[in-house]
Design a protein around this ligand. Structure first.
Ligand code: ZN
Length: 413
């Protein structure tokens, strides 16, 4: 349960008449510890890949699952310890071939993932609640529950029939990203620049943005090429969200954004939600055993990309890949490197345009912030840097809810 009461003592003192001018008004922010402040503000992460765990037999959202990097970073006990009130629970679909049969299979997979998210909430009605509006989010937290917005990472499963987006809207999807690792029917990806240059959004991608505007969904520019981000800002009537991204000035990776484009995102009213995926925020050298094992794996599939494998082959590939990840994990980045990214973005565009989207359960997490239970450290660090409670409210959720309200208002018009 959140407590929105700390303003009261000051009001009561002010009402005490003559004595009040001898007593300094109580500034709750001065007295509260970073932990208390973290607890009483609304804390949202815009990219929880946790739904990928929901179909796993040994995963239980309400128990304290063992923390292992790349495995369980979000569950109810960790959310409670970390003061995480909820966020956007991702419906992720890997990119596949651009044909009708593949679209149909991908759509089914995405609907199943959404079903799983809804089933998780229905199984734990006292702990979680589906959210559809910014007001819902605040009410759910006031009721002592966790917020479950849904989001789409990679619109590939929509195929070429954009009426499907409305089905996802009805289910609670309020954030939609056109593209993932590879170019698709909607847009150029940030990590597929060698392929055909689509020039940003395709005509179908432009339609997708207009449909998101019409329905009342935020548009996500993470994973999109710069040209796509520019097109989204050009076409969308509402501000863009980068749900899990980093800054290029500190580490030149295609998933990160340049200062210039970040400033334009801010001028657009948008927000960058900071990613904590190690190999996107610094150059991490994999151990030699990992490289060798991955090469062997690739060779056993004749060097084909996992995207080009059959479902059965992909399953085998992913199982072996999981074994390699546990035996020879990638080195971790650190909390300080993550905070440098966040502080840099804050310096460039200010607390109205920065938030958190750490890619939990999707590759995010750094040494010192291995799962969501460590989130209060971010608040503590930001307060050390001089950010106020009002700033933190914006960073942790206020910015996203502001954009959401803009999207809701634009829909209503
Ligand atoms: Zn991602």
């Amino acid at each position: 349960m959140k407590h929105f009461l700390p303003i009261l003592p000051a009001l009561i003192l002010a009402a005490c008449g003559a004595e009040s001018d001898q007593i300094d008004p109580v500034d709750p922010a001065e007295q509260a510890t970073p932990r208390e402040i973290h607890e009483r503000i609304l804390v949202i992460d815009s990219h929880l890949d946790t739904p990928a765990n929901l179909s796993k037999a040994d995963f239980d959202i309400v128990t304290d699952n063992p923390t292992q990097m790349g495995q369980v970073q979000v569950d109810l006990p960790k959310m409670q310890r970390g003061g995480l009130d909820g966020g956007f629970w991702v419906i992720f679909t890997p990119q596949g071939p651009l044909d009708e049969a593949s679209y149909a299979a991908a759509k089914q997979a995405a609907l199943t993932r959404s079903d799983e998210i809804i089933a998780m909430v229905e199984a734990h009605p006292d702990e979680f609640e589906l959210a559809y509006t910014a007001d819902d989010a605040e009410r759910i937290v006031a009721d002592g529950k966790r917020i479950v917005f849904q989001s789409i990472e990679n619109s590939y499963p929509l195929g070429t029939d954009l009426t499907v987006l409305e089905d996802f809207y009805e289910r609670g999807v309020r954030l939609v990203g056109p593209v993932h690792f590879r170019d698709n029917q909607f847009a150029d990806s940030a990590t597929d620049l060698s392929a055909t240059d689509l020039g940003g959004l395709t005509p179908l991608g432009e339609e997708l943005v207009r449909e998101a505007n019409r329905l009342g969904m935020m548009v996500d520019g993470s994973h999109a090429a710069d040209s796509t981000v520019e097109d989204i800002m050009e076409i969308s009537t509402t501000p863009i969200v980068l749900s899990h991204s980093g800054v290029k000035a500190l580490y030149d990776h295609p998933r990160n954004i340049s200062d210039d484009l970040l400033r334009r995102v801010a001028e657009n009213g948008g927000v960058i939600q900071m990613n904590a995926l190690g190999s996107y925020i610094e150059n991490l050298e994999p151990p030699a055993e990992r490289t060798a094992a991955l090469e062997e794996l690739a060779a056993s599939f004749e060097g084909r990309s996992p995207f080009d494998l059959s479902d059965e082959e992909r399953e085998q590939y992913m199982a072996r890949r999981g074994e390699i990840d546990s035996a020879y994990p990638m080195p971790l980045s650190s909390f300080e490197v993550f905070m440098e990214q966040m502080l840099y973005a804050l310096e460039i565009v200010g607390p109205e345009h920065v938030g958190m989207g750490a890619d939990w359960d999707g590759g995010g997490g750094v040494a010192g912030m291995e799962d969501v239970s460590f989130l209060p450290k971010v608040t503590e660090r930001l307060m050390e840097e001089g950010y106020t409670e009002a700033d933190l409210e914006k960073i942790w959720g206020g910015n996203l809810l502001r954009i959401m309200r803009q999207v809701e208002a634009a829909k209503a018009q």
